[in-house]
Structures are given as structure tokens and as C-alpha cells.
Design a protein. Structure first.
Length: 205
């Protein structure tokens, strides 16, 4: 059986430049409003009084996320036409010829990965740049990152790297879908959770 692939996201290194997002959009010629990879700006907190002074107590970081090619893909389970399948290498793909465009997968996915294309009237999402992998190249989002905050590989190997997790605020618990993503949390991630930090660019993603 093939090793299952996944992404690694080093949130501490991500500058939020969105080069990964732009590279993905350009590579796949995605129309307006369709983003297979999105950079979330997470921030929260406020001011704290120290004696006579007020000091900032803010938590902020970025999370670059695409489809997580989950072990338990709720999008596949919700699809009434069987258009979504999981391959031996763990990748979750949409067969656009079978897709009804009903958007059930979009509603089921807790990460919002499936994206509706109003032109073709079908659902679309990250394909892990399979054509690039066939040429021995990384996905374009990984290649585009100037901070080397993204990586990919067999997900079990990525999980053995120190400090990795799939449970980072404000993502849903990894137990829901068992995503094939490993995140190295930013140093402020715990403080952001305690402060109930929100996605600041929600209208963008």
C-alpha cells in the first residue's frame, strides 16, 4: 500500500505573504472567489494594565491551509453521487464528471476545502498538484513559499517531526476527520486559544 501524503505547515515561520495562495490560484487558473489554498490571519487579545501603564497583550499568527486530504473525509461521505474518492496514497479527489454541484461536500467539510465553481457548476479543490508530483516536483504552494513554511511528504513521517500537531486554534478537533496535515504551532497559539482569537480576514478566505 502506498504511503499516504500530507502537508506540513510551520505557522511560526509563515509571514502571511500569500505567495502559496497566489501560486495555487495561478497554476490552476482559478476564477474569482475560488481559493484552494487560503492563508488565515488569526488574531485576538487586547490591552493589559501593568501599574500605571497599559501594555498590549495580543496574539497573532498565520495559518496556510488547503484540503487536508483527511483519513475520514466527511466531504466524501456527504457526496450523493460518489464523485469524491480517496486514493491509496491518501489523496482525496473530486471526479468533476460525476459531480452534481449540489455543494453537500462544501457544507460537510469543517475546513471549507471544497470550492464551488459557478462557471463549470461543479465542486473543485486541492489536487495536491498530482501532475507536479509525477514530474518529481513538490506542489506549487510548497515551492512558492519564500519562508519555507510549507512542506509535504508521507504524513506519518511528518507526524514524527518534533512539535507537530493537527490541533491548532481555531481549527476543529483533528478527531473529527483525522486530517493529513501537521502544523508546527506559532508560539502564541495557546494564548490565542485562551483569548478566543478570531480569523481577522474571514471575508477573504
Amino acid at each position: 500500500m502506498a504511503e499516504e501524503l500530507g502537508f506540513l505547515v510551520d505557522s511560526a515561520s509563515c509571514s502571511g505573504c500569500k505567495a502559496c495562495q497566489a501560486a495555487c490560484k495561478d497554476k490552476h487558473d482559478l476564477g474569482p472567489g475560488i481559493l484552494w489554498r487560503r492563508v488565515y490571519e488569526v488574531c485576538g487579545g487586547g490591552w493589559r494594565r501593568e501599574g500605571e501603564a497599559w501594555v498590549p497583550d495580543v496574539a497573532a499568527y498565520n495559518l496556510s491551509l488547503a484540503c487536508n486530504h483527511c483519513e475520514n473525509p466527511l466531504c466524501r461521505d456527504a457526496c450523493p453521487s460518489g464523485a469524491i474518492r480517496k486514493l491509496e496514497d491518501g489523496l482525496v479527489l473530486i471526479d468533476e464528471d460525476k459531480c452534481l454541484g449540489c455543494r453537500y461536500c462544501e457544507w460537510a467539510c469543517p475546513y471549507g476545502a471544497p470550492q464551488y465553481d459557478p462557471v463549470s457548476r461543479v465542486m473543485t479543490k486541492c489536487r495536491f498538484c498530482l501532475d507536479e508530483l509525477d514530474q518529481g516536483l513538490p506542489p506549487v504552494c510548497v515551492r512558492a513559499c519564500p519562508m519555507r513554511a510549507l512542506d509535504f511528504g508521507p504524513v506519518e513521517e511528518l507526524r514524527r517531526r518534533p512539535g507537530g500537531t493537527a490541533d491548532v486554534h481555531p481549527l476543529p478537533p483533528s478527531s473529527v476527520t483525522k486530517p493529513a496535515v501537521v502544523i508546527k504551532p506559532h508560539g502564541q497559539a495557546d494564548r490565542a486559544k485562551a483569548a478566543a482569537a478570531l480569523v481577522a480576514n474571514r471575508e477573504e478566505v
